[in-house]
Design a protein around this ligand. Structure first.
Ligand code: SF4
Ligand code: SF4
Length: 374
């Protein structure tokens, strides 16, 4: 029996509906139905979607593959409210109702403020989003309220202090970011536990990056457990933590799903020896040379081309470490969406004069352009 949190017993593998299999621009719904059938047949029950996933096609896929095919009390599902797109507080109701309608639901079990951080938290206050969620709960249109989070631990502490009504937190946790300066998985997890909030883990495989590790690291895992897949180490690391509602895995194919359920059906936490294997993998990761950017952003303000220099460097580092071309290309698109691309650099040198790490920014941006803009 799974541990019980918020009155729910949920097995520790949640079906993330963010990266569904596609045929062209449409969700491959027949494959999704097959995946759902295997997943449900093994006793798993948690489905995670969001208003913005696949432009609404993810919530519709939940409706087609799950809601219309299984009794409502045999699964639980979550969706999320995207505050960043909202123009006014009235839109919250329209978006929530659309999320219900797309999935043919009358209620969501879990409903989250999506991607909270310092700025989104301010907008939530301005729009009365917390009260909106409490009202939905009182009306029986959601059963549990919480938020997903992407910012520093002190911001999380602040939100949880101000909003004890949040019942759970969804955090980005994986072994590579457990101690990293940028994501600070461990520190965020500890803040949530300090506030006695159960945690839903997202991105345990770091958007697929921990499946495409350098060969040297893959060998470490294969030597320890030849039968186990490389991503299984990442999912089991996350699922071994205390106080979890579940661990989400964005599943894109039946093959991936079969692999996940094979070791999560009768989940066993990592042993001390297995944790040692992960520690070795992390040590190797740390030894791979990367751009020593700390993300301080001192270079950004003076850039006439508004190039997100630390964002581009973080993308390059992830690409060197995990060799995940598709993930890195997406990330490059994201970090250059609102500012200049690496190739827009005018070589004025304003940035280099401010970099405390003395990084050769101009040269490194040329490399980024060669990798991501060809
Ligand atoms: S050298 Fe390039 S990146 Fe640096 S401030 Fe000038 S335009 Fe921006
Ligand atoms: S100033 Fe240097 S270390 Fe700081 S964000 Fe820019 S490139 Fe990175």
């Amino acid at each position: 029996m799974a541990d019980k949190y918020l009155g729910e017993s949920i097995k520790k593998l949640g079906f993330g509906l963010m990266r569904l299999p596609m045929i062209g621009d449409e969700v491959d719904i027949e494959q999704v139905k097959q995946m759902v059938d295997v997943y449900m047949s093994k006793g798993f029950t948690y489905f995670d979607t969001a208003y913005v996933y696949a432009g609404g096609k993810s919530e519709r896929a939940l409706g087609e593959a799950v809601v219309k095919r299984y009794p409502r009390d045999s699964f639980v599902c979550a969706s999320k409210l995207p505050l960043w797109d909202l123009k006014d507080r009235e839109s919250m109701e329209a978006i929530f109702q659309e999320s219900l309608d797309r999935a043919s639901l009358t209620y969501y079990d879990f409903y989250l403020l999506h991607s909270m951080g310092k700025e989104a938290a301010q907008k939530a206050e301005e729009f009365g989003a917390w009260q909106f969620l409490q009202d939905l709960k009182a009306q029986g249109r959601i059963r549990h309220m919480g938020f997903s989070f992407h910012d520093k631990p002190e911001v999380l502490d602040d939100i949880l202090t101000k909003h004890p009504e949040a019942e759970f937190v969804q955090l980005q946790i994986n072994y590579a970011d457990w101690e990293s300066e940028n994501v600070q998985s461990r520190a965020c997890y500890e803040v949530a536990r300090k506030h006695q909030k159960p945690v839903i883990i997202m991105e345990p495989v770091k958007g697929g990056s921990l499946a495409t590790m350098p060969e040297e690291i893959q060998k470490v895992f294969k030597a320890a457990e030849p039968e186990m897949s490389v991503p299984s180490w990442a999912v089991r690391f996350a699922a071994s933590l205390e106080g979890l509602v579940t661990v989400l895995s964005g599943m894109s194919s039946l093959e991936q799903l079969n692999d996940n359920v094979s070791y999560m059906e009768h989940f066993q936490p990592l042993t001390a020896e297995e944790r040692g294997v992960i520690d070795r993998a992390v040590e190797i990761l740390k030894s791979i040379p990367t751009i020593p950017c700390t993300g301080c952003k001192y270079c950004v303000d003076g850039c006439p081309q508004k190039i997100n220099i630390p964002g581009i460097f973080s993308t390059m580092n992830n690409f060197s470490l995990y060799n995940n071309r598709a993930g890195a290309q997406n990330s490059y698109g994201r970090v250059t969406r609102e500012g200049g691309k690496a190739s827009d650099c005018l070589q004025c040198g304003n940035c280099e004069a401010h970099c405390p790490q003395h990084i050769q920014i101009i040269e490194t941006l040329k490399q980024a352009a060669a990798i991501f803009e060809q």
